[in-house]
Design a protein around this ligand. Sequence first.
Ligand SMILES: Cc1ncc(COP(=O)(O)O)c(C=O)c1O
Ligand SMILES: N[C@@H](CCCC[NH3+])C(=O)O
Length: 439
Amino acid sequence: MIKYGTAEVNELGHLQIGGVDTMDLVEQFGTPLYVYDVGLIRERARGFKTTFENLGVTAQVAYASKAFSAIGMIQLVAQEGLSLDVVSGGELYTAIKAEFPTEKIHFHGNNKSKEELLMAIQYNIGCVVVDNFYELELLQSLCVEMNHTMKILLRVTPGIEAHTHDYILTGKEDSKFGFDLNNGQAEEALTVALNSSHLHVLGLHCHIGSQIFETIGFVLAAEKLIKKLADWKNQFNFEAKVLNLGGGFGIRYTNEDTPLEPEEYVAEIIQKVQTGVEQYQLTMPEIWIEPGRSLVGDAGITLYKTGSSKTIPEVRKYLAIDGGMSDNIRPALYDAKYEAVLANRVNDPVEETVSVAGKCCESGDMLIWDLPLPKAKEEDILAVFCTGAYGYSMANNYNRIPRPPVVFVENGEAYLIIKRESYEDIVKLDLPLSVSVKQ
Ligand SMILES: Cc1ncc(COP(=O)(O)O)c(C=O)c1O
Ligand SMILES: N[C@@H](CCCC[NH3+])C(=O)O
């Protein structure tokens, strides 16, 4: 079994996380169950922060809460002294409920509504990452109305294609996000922003994609942005205080993935920025980054109970679990790959290859194809690794399946941070038919 954080096999042959036997978790909280290794999240957060500190660079490490947002999670982020990236009114509301320091919140999104921008103003958040001309005008007029000055970053698309799944490319030119860095749009946006009475431009933002394993994309992006800042110093006498290079640092889901340590990405980015700053004689900006997946991804494990199976001779054996695309849509959406073990008998020898099927009424609801496992019986516990990012946050109620709870484990203790949804929760927004149809 691959070693993630505090995950280990105990003397009973059970998977244990944060010093807690997963069989005890199953008994106490049921399945499916999302489990987070809090120690590993802390380690990752500190890794990013200390890299900046050790290199003497002023920085903000903002957790991209789209990866997993919940009040308990945001409170953990606050404990670790990170900033926070939110991308909707709902994520902002969660942060407010968690009493997260609002001056450390950055608000993203390519179509923020008037209500969302008003919320940002009302809570006096640290910065809005402006994505387009519509938002630039809307935010300026709302700030005038509310007599508020908002700090902003301009999100630009530097035209870089990161090597990752096509659906999660965001930094390339043909993207719905941001101002184009190469065709004059970014200059136009800067001009509008600099002439706005109630917007204060801190600098530039870009995000080149997600689940990236190489530093080259980040380095190229940093190079392009610094060059642009050098041009803007001459052209507009504008000096950026902040350079935000987004998130996207890759993690290991399977053997096919070869990520660097988070610190390595950061060190290379900083080096590139420092070189550019010296070359163009700029003031060193603060460096902001927005890791999501790399902070929580491998800290999450999902526990499922095995149920029915179907063998098609000479073809394959399907083994069904009590969850699926409703709690992890990534295999169906991105063809994402995962590894898994039987958590109740990790050391048992591998006896067969099974394909793990979800329980949704959808042939594409397959969690893992061709997984080597001991012969699974009914009610074995399957632990799927690395489900901490974009698992719960993309969970849904397809087939009206309630969303599983989330438990945090640390130092031998386990506690719920999100309760299991009930059938009552599922119908709570439904209203009865009020008009009788005459036949
Ligand atoms: C603007 C922005 N910042 C940060 C992130 C976080 O990315 P990741 O979870 O890959 O670190 C994303 C998602 O890709 C994003 O769109
Ligand atoms: N949700 C995606 C990543 C999208 C990142 C958001 N910009 C995933 O599961 O990998």
